[in-house]
Design a protein around this ligand. Structure first.
Ligand SMILES: Cc1cc2nc3c(=O)[nH]c(=O)nc-3n(C[C@H](O)[C@H](O)[C@H](O)COP(=O)(O)O)c2cc1C
Length: 446
């Protein structure tokens, strides 16, 4: 393979103390008894930082439905805002991405929380913008709003948040004891936003971010999701198990970014990947088998049922799911179509094992050198700018990934072995220039 340039991979890690593989917490060497403690999440964060990853990523949901049916991936026992606050004191350089919904919450509160974390951490924070697929029962709503409405609200929500983050100039603090002026009021502005969903005067009572503003992350894969992400995201998470489709997605996405007057190099597309690895192929296979053996049949059925939105309780594990159980509708996520495709060729049990691993994300069960080579090949062939790692289990699967696989990427010159730069944006090549900010301000009136 010919190296095209000096570009480096961007690598983040999905922080799930249970392990990303369904039921990995039942593995004899998991730390399941410590889930929810500071020690476990601190150790995971520090392991990611020792591997020099760009960022750790905390997913979130405003519902305990997943937990109750034995599925833990989309539900963070570690609430992102409070956990990032705690991790600021236990890490030094790694970026920290927290999820917050735009369907549940108000932009002023969200802008304030992320601005607070960003200032405290010296510019290491990111916000994963999601529109949520559940939580209505906790916000007085009979049903989830339709995706179209969620994305319309999200678009205005993000605009308000960005205006608020932009309401202080970098030099607003003058600290003039003589004149009794800590801030220069001319360098702090009301935003006076009046829109369809929000009326917000501003400004924030928090200084400007050390990295201009927190990094924005987005993972929508529907047309409306892509429209939002290509307008606002610095990092894009996506499910891409197939290389040819990933290349197509990548090219289309970058084209959309460019059409919006944004720099495609500063919008990094990161598909998920679950590397199940060990020192030898036999060790990798053994870990994969051990994790598959952890799957509880009832949890597996419940997971499938919830993901495809169909009853599978009467089916034998060796049966295929009858196609007529897949009923399409306006609430379907893009991944639902992927599951429908997989179900055409897999038995119920095969589907349970497959989806238990990484919910449709790419899985590789192999030696570190082979996984590294394949990751680099996707990168060089224009399928991605990096990856979001899904740690198969914690600590073992995570440690193998960070301590055996990441060094292979470093040795090949595709990943840093030291952090360079002062903020998340600088370290990850996402620095906003004055021109970037100017172009953006032109799209809204302040
Ligand atoms: C890696 C990754 C992480 C995600 N994290 C969350 C999350 O924490 N909370 C959430 O509600 N949705 C999360 N999502 C879902 C997306 O925000 C989005 O709703 C989903 O990809 C479907 O896209 P669509 O809404 O455009 O159909 C995540 C998706 C991916 C691929």
């Amino acid at each position: 393979m010919v190296r095209q340039s000096n570009r480096q991979l961007a690598l983040t890690m999905f922080m799930v103390g249970f392990g990303y593989h369904n039921d990995a917490w039942r593995h004899p060497r998991s730390r399941s008894g410590e889930i929810g403690t500071l020690e476990l999440i601190r150790d995971m964060s520090q392991a990611a930082e020792a591997a020099r990853l760009d960022a750790i990523f905390f997913a979130d949901s405003f519902s305990a439905a997943g937990l109750r049916r034995g599925g833990f991936r989309g539900v963070s026992v570690y609430e992102p805002i409070s956990t990032i606050g705690a991790m600021i004191g236990h890490t030094e350089k790694i970026g920290m991405i927290g999820t917050h919904s735009t369907t549940w919450g108000e932009p002023y509160a969200v802008a304030r929380q992320f601005a607070g974390l960003d200032v405290l951490s010296g510019g290491r924070v990111g916000w994963n913008v999601v529109t949520s697929i559940n939580g209505n029962e906790n916000f007085g709503r009979e049903q989830m709003p339709l995706p179209e409405l969620r994305y319309a609200r999200a678009t205005e929500f993000v605009e308000v948040v960005k205006k608020l983050w932009d309401s202080w100039d970098a030099d607003a603090i003058i600290d003039d004891k003589q004149r009794a002026l800590w801030i220069d009021n001319d360098r702090i502005r009301d935003i006076n936003h009046v829109g369809e969903y929000f009326r917000v005067q501003g400004p924030l009572a928090i200084p400007r971010s050390p990295q201009e503003r927190p990094v924005l992350v987005q993972a929508g894969q529907s047309p409306a999701g892509i429209e939002l992400g290509s307008s606002i995201a610095d990092l894009v998470y996506t499910v891409q198990p197939d290389k040819a489709k990933a290349i197509e997605f990548y090219a289309d996405y970058k084209q959309k970014v460019k059409a919006k007057g944004r720099d495609p190099e500063k919008v990094k597309i990161l598909p998920g990947i679950m590397p199940i690895t060990g020192r030898t192929q036999a060790e990798a296979d053994e870990l994969a088998d051990e994790l598959a053996n952890c799957i509880d049949e009832n949890n597996g059925r419940a997971m499938i049922q919830s993901l495809i939105d169909a009853d599978v309780s009467d089916l034998d594990l060796n049966d295929k799911i009858p196609p007529d159980r897949f009923v399409d509708g306006p609430q379907r996520m893009e991944r639902w179509y992927l599951f429908r495709e997989l179900a055409e060729r897999m038995s119920l049990w095969e589907l349970i094992v497959h989806i238990s691993r990484a919910v449709g994300h790419r899985v590789m069960i192999s030696t570190p050198d082979k996984i590294a080579e394949s990751m680099i090949e996707w990168f060089e062939d224009g399928a991605c700018d990096g990856y979001n790692f899904n740690p198969p289990s914690v600590p073992e699967g995570m440690d193998n990934m960070l301590r055996l696989l990441v060094p292979e990427l470093q040795e090949r010159g595709y990943f840093r072995d030291e952090y360079v730069g002062d903020t998340f944006r600088e370290r990850s090549g996402l620095t906003l220039t004055e021109q970037d900010l100017k172009n953006e301000r032109a799209t809204y009136v302040m």
